[in-house]
Design a protein around this ligand. Structure first.
Ligand SMILES: C[S@@+](CC[C@H](N)C(=O)[O-])C[C@H]1O[C@@H](n2cnc3c(N)ncnc32)[C@H](O)[C@@H]1O
Length: 297
C-alpha cells in the first residue's frame, strides 16, 4: 500500500474521504474493451428490428426471424469498424440487415445465405434498398436515396469428386450443359452453344471456340473436328480422354479432370485467391440498380 501511495497509483481525494486508484493501460493487456450501449435511440432494440422487418415484409409476420438486429445497431458497428468503400462480409446473412445497412452507408458487401429466405427476404430487401423504396431502418439518417446494385450467385455442386480409387472424376450431378457452362467459366470462354455446330459450346474471340465432352476421342473424331473447324479458327477440346495420332494444328486437346485441377488453387492461407473481375451488368429498364442472377459459379 505504501509503495502504491508513493508511486501515485493510489491517491486520496481532497477531503481524504475517498481513495482514487490509477490504473495503467499496459497492465490491462488481454482485457477486451467494454462498452455498454444503452442509448436505445442510437442503437435501436429488438422490438424495433421486428417492426422494421414487418414493414419490409409488407405487414406479414410469416417467416420472420426471432431475433433480428435493428439497422441502427449494425450502423454503429460499421461506423466503428469500416469506412466508405470498404467490403463488409456477413457469411450468415439471415434477413440481410448487415448488407442493407452497409449498402446505405456506402460500403460494399458480400452476404452468404443457404436458406430460402435468401429469396424471400434478402433479395427483395436489397432490391428495395437499391430502388430507394426502403423507407425504414437507417434510410432517413443516412439520407439514402437508392442506387448501386448487386450480383447474385448460386453455388454449383463440386465439379470433381474422387472415386473409390482416389481418382478425380466428373461429379455425376453435372449434366452435359452444366459441364460445358462450368468449363467455359473456368477457361475464360463465353458460354454460347451453337445450333449449327455440335462442337461450338462457347467462344473467347470471334475465331476461338471451346468444345466440352465426356467422350473418349479417337484419331478419326479429332481429325474430323479439325477439318470442320478449318484453318481460320481454333478450338479448345476438353474431353475425358483422347488417343490422337496426328498433328491437329487448329486444336488444343486437354483432359477434363487434369485441366480443371490445374485451374484450382490450393493451400492458400490468406485471401490471395484469383477472383474474376466481372464486367458490370446493365440495368433493367426502369430500374436504378443492377441486379443479375448468375446461375453457376
Ligand atoms: C442468426 S442468422 C444471421 C443473422 C444476421 N447475420 C444478422 O446480423 O441479423 C444465421 C443465418 O445463417 C444461415 N446459415 C447457417 N449456416 C450457414 C452456412 N453454412 N452457409 C450459409 N448460411 C448459413 C442461417 O440460415 C441463418 O439465416
Amino acid at each position: 500500500m505504501q509503495e502504491k501511495i508513493q508511486s501515485g497509483e493510489i491517491r486520496f481525494n481532497s477531503t481524504m474521504t475517498g481513495i482514487i486508484r490509477r490504473t495503467y493501460l499496459e497492465d490491462m493487456k488481454g482485457l477486451p474493451p467494454s462498452t455498454l450501449w444503452i442509448d436505445l435511440l442510437q442503437t435501436g432494440h429488438n422490438r424495433q428490428a421486428k417492426s422494421e422487418q414487418k414493414k419490409l415484409a409488407g405487414g406479414s409476420v410469416e417467416g420472420l426471424f426471432a431475433t433480428p438486429k435493428p439497422e441502427r445497431f449494425i450502423r454503429e458497428i460499421l461506423q466503428i469498424a469500416t469506412k466508405e468503400g470498404d467490403l463488409v462480409l456477413d457469411s450468415f446473412a439471415g434477413s440481410g440487415t448487415t448488407g442493407a445497412v452497409a449498402h446505405k452507408m456506402g460500403r460494399r458487401w458480400i452476404m452468404v445465405e443457404l436458406g430460402d429466405h435468401c429469396h424471400t427476404h434478402i433479395i427483395p430487401r436489397l432490391q428495395k434498398v437499391i430502388d430507394g423504396a426502403d423507407t425504414g431502418g437507417i434510410t432517413h439518417a443516412a439520407n439514402w436515396q437508392g442506387g448501386g446494385g448487386f450480383r447474385y450467385y448460386k453455388l454449383a455442386p463440386s465439379l470433381l469428386r474422387q472415386d473409390a480409387y482416389g481418382q478425380w472424376v466428373i461429379n455425376k450431378e453435372y449434366n452435359a450443359e452444366m459441364l460445358a457452362q462450368a468449363l467455359c467459366k473456368l477457361e475464360g470462354f463465353t458460354y454460347a452453344p451453337s445450333d449449327a455446330h455440335y462442337w461450338m459450346h462457347g467462344h473467347s474471340t470471334e475465331r476461338d471456340f471451346i468444345y466440352v465432352t465426356t467422350a473418349n476421342l479417337n484419331h478419326q473424331q479429332l481429325q474430323q473436328l479439325s477439318n470442320e473447324v478449318g484453318t481460320e479458327c481454333s478450338l479448345l477440346v476438353l474431353c475425358t480422354a483422347f488417343r490422337g495420332r496426328g498433328d491437329y494444328p487448329n486444336l488444343t486437346v486437354k483432359k477434363i479432370p487434369k485441366q480443371v485441377l490445374s485451374r484450382c488453387e490450393w493451400g492458400h492461407d490468406d485471401y490471395s485467391l484469383q477472383v474474376e473481375n466481372l464486367p458490370k451488368a446493365s440495368a433493367k429498364p426502369g430500374q436504378q440498380g443492377l441486379f443479375r442472377e448468375e446461375d453457376m459459379k
